[in-house]
Design a protein around this ligand. Structure first.
Ligand code: SAM
Length: 313
């Protein structure tokens, strides 16, 4: 379906939980996160996704919070991927515990993944978020072994925290078939972007031999660079410095069933109350898509009231 600015909306990001097992510095809030009882159940997700597909959604990304915390994730993947009209079922994860579940997830219909990785140093990684770098690396190995490519690695660049590791990440893209995406810190969460935001495009100045690659699909937020000597590529997502709102094709649905047409606009509609009534669900989703903002207001100082773990990153 098209929104009122002529953008085709064919991509939905579903947050499966607000719970997370990591404490990333830009995303973690020290208050109790919502209880699992708030989360949509697989049959409720299936019903929402089937209406989304009728309205032209073709790609669904499962995110959170951490989607691997859902014991019923395989059931959800299966329901989403079997929905007529859904062509791609993909997931964003921190990869803690991914390797041992990936075979079952692939068999359930999961096609590809984005893995978050902010440091290649085990101790720094643990200090940053409490997680295990080894788990992430074995998850990456398993994705490659199961040929679920292309695999995208998301690294949020933080000045003075991990920006001394850029070379290490670039070497990873040279040696392995990975798309390393450097993400500019957005004003969502508790870190001050004034102090910590690093424009990833600066990286290009010090890396030789890179050529701009063609976008894989319209609306791709990352501009990607590759070239001779690279098995993979590097990309930059600069939502703040170079917004991609004009080609935005996505909507987000929280784990409690609230639809949010723009990441950086707090307006949401409740879908849960319409479950069991597909016509009403359709009406609410259409209203939300029609109301999608033309562009985000980060540069005007707008800060969303919810962190990414609630919105679905
Ligand atoms: N737990 C999963 C993970 O770690 O990939 C999925 C959810 S997490 C919220 C998804 C993504 O949100 C992370 O890759 C991180 O890049 C991004 N994110 C969260 N807060 C951000 C911020 N303030 N600026 C930029 N990216 C952010």
């Amino acid at each position: 379906m098209k929104d009122r600015f002529g953008r085709t909306i064919d991509y939905a990001r579903l947050s499966l939980t607000s719970r997370c097992n990591l404490r990333c510095p830009y995303c973690y809030r020290e208050e109790t996160q919502s209880e699992p009882t708030d989360e949509l159940k697989p049959d409720e997700i299936a019903e929402i996704v089937s209406v989304l597909a009728e309205l032209g959604i073709q790609k669904v990304r499962l995110s959170g919070g951490e989607p691997l915390l859902r014991p019923d994730l395989e059931e959800i993947v299966s329901a989403v991927s079997k929905t007529p009209g859904i062509r791609e079922t993909v997931m964003t994860t921190n990869a803690q515990g991914l390797a041992r579940r990936l075979g079952a997830l692939k068999n359930s219909g999961l096609m590809r993944l984005n893995i978050s990785l902010d440091s290649l140093q085990a101790e720094r990684y643990r200090n940053m978020n409490g997680g295990s770098l080894e788990e992430v690396l074995s998850g990456i190995d398993m994705v490659i072994a199961l040929d679920m490519l292309p695999l995208k690695i998301n690294c949020v660049l933080l000045g003075g925290i991990n920006d001394d590791e850029i070379e290490g990440f670039i070497n990873m893209a040279r040696e392995r078939p990975l798309q390393i995406r450097f993400i500019e810190l957005m004003p969502i969460g508790k870190l001050s972007i004034q102090d910590l935001r690093r424009d990833p495009a600066e990286i290009l100045k010090s890396t030789r031999g890179l050529r701009l690659m063609k976008s894989e699909y319209p609306g791709q937020p990352a501009r990607c660079w590759g070239g001779p000597g690279f098995r993979g590529s590097i990309g930059f997502i600069r939502a703040f410095s170079d917004p991609f709102c004009r080609s935005c094709n996505r909507i987000r649905i929280s784990c409690e069933g609230r639809i949010r047409p723009c990441l950086a606009d707090d307006t949401e509609w409740d879908l849960r109350s319409a479950i069991g009534n597909p016509a009403r669900l359709k009406e609410i989703i259409m209203t939300a898509i029609e109301s999608k903002s033309e562009k985000h207001r980060f540069s005007e100082g707008f800060i969303p009231s919810k962190f990414m773990y609630c919105i679905g990153g």
